[in-house]
Design a protein around this ligand. Sequence first.
Ligand code: NAD
Length: 486
Amino acid sequence: MSDTLPPRPEPRWTHVDDCFLDGRWTRSSATKRLSLVDPATGREWGSVPDCSAEDVDAALTVADRAFRTGPWPETTPAERAALLHRIADEIDARAAEMAVTNTLENGTPISETRGAAANAAGILRHVAGLASWLSDDDVRPFPAGGAESVVRKDPVGPCVLIAPWNFPINLMVVKLAPALLAGCTVVLKPAPGTSLSIRFVVEACVAAGVPAGVVNLVTGGGETGDRLVRHPLTAKVAFTGSTPVGRRIAAACGERLRPVTLELGGKSSAIVLEDADLDRMASVLLRTCLRNTGQTCYLATRILAPESRYDEVVDLVTRTVAAAPQGDPFDERTVFGPMASRAQYDIVCEYLASAHGARATTGGRPGPGLFIEPTVFADVTPDMRIAREEIFGPVVCILRYSDVEEAIALANDTSFGLGGVVFSADPAAAHAVALRMDTGSVGVNFFASNHNAPFGGRHDSGLGVEYGIEGLAQYATFKSIHRRTA
Ligand code: NAD
């Protein structure tokens, strides 16, 4: 398939040798480079510097200086909210270019990446609307009377924001927006393979008038990320990525007693109750269970079907997945693209090979290049690796249950706790099951995150939340000023 694809669109940037420090694109002192490879064709099309320890130090030094001096500490939440609106407008204006770069970077279908700018702009505008939470007077009486406390929400300081490759723009902006509104300064570190699409966000910040030193960008891999996390001037880390790396970051932050937000992996379940409307389920299945070729953290990749309707569910899921087009991510019709990288392809192949005893009702094999056949496994049992571990590829497993108690127990029998879905025609029954699922979010008959509601994982899926007031609060540090009342 990869040999027969039409020519790729031209991205704005290809090979760059700079990072963004103190309001300027600045030549990196890196001695090594990181390749950008189009996963649909296997061709290298760009590269970025693997930033050095000196680059990291420079980024945190300017972020710290901008946090303490200059115009930024003097701004009000309302002024910063106005800035977020301007950044949103500038991001909207770059939507088409961002989509091309993002799809070249990670193979996400263009129908999805075309919405990335609007999604990011929506987050910025929504967060801007939370400014009054920071600025409103919050005065609380002492219970015994005679005194009161003024509760302040101060910015936590220079923040390191680290994102993965699957949604490189959204997962950075969901950190950037609350950090800026709270009054923090930031150093951004995208995943190596998706280092260029975030330049549009930096460019939008500059065009919107973000002061020098407030937003900085370094590129690099795990070593660069580790240096940023451990840097003495880092006041907080916000990370989205895998659970093993999240644990290492949590340990480093624990050692230094620095706050950390971790959005990690998942293995979420879709519980299909006996009364579920399967046609309705089919209409949301691809987005709920396989979005972005299965490379999305909250996906319900374990479908738990009642014994009485098991064959019907397997048939429906199989037909829906088999009918979804796979191919060139630049083709408007494509639902399933390639895996984002060789490393991710190898991981998924290993899971396919491990699935002894499961029955592939469609797919089940690696395809050409970095493509994997979209796969549905039936007759999956809870002990199989494919039922327990995050695969992060176009693979769903269908398990059977005999009663609702067993379904809930199966859903909760994982080390993760990120998402989940309940399919039912009875809202009360679905809500009752949702209440008992041990995860940070549960959808009823669909799944989507809401800018207005906290999103985060329990257990091995993370620490802290993003979105909503609760997400903004992760960038504030509280101070109570006690005073006598007359
Ligand atoms: P990853 O953990 O390998 O890398 C994530 C980021 O961390 C990258 O920028 C990487 O360069 C950096 N990094 C690597 N080692 C580091 C270290 N020691 N210190 C600091 N930074 C380091 O994850 P990935 O493969 O890029 O992303 C896929 C994972 O992300 C999946 O597990 C997925 O579930 C998870 N994810 C979670 C959410 C969520 O909201 N919970 C959302 C999307 C993705």
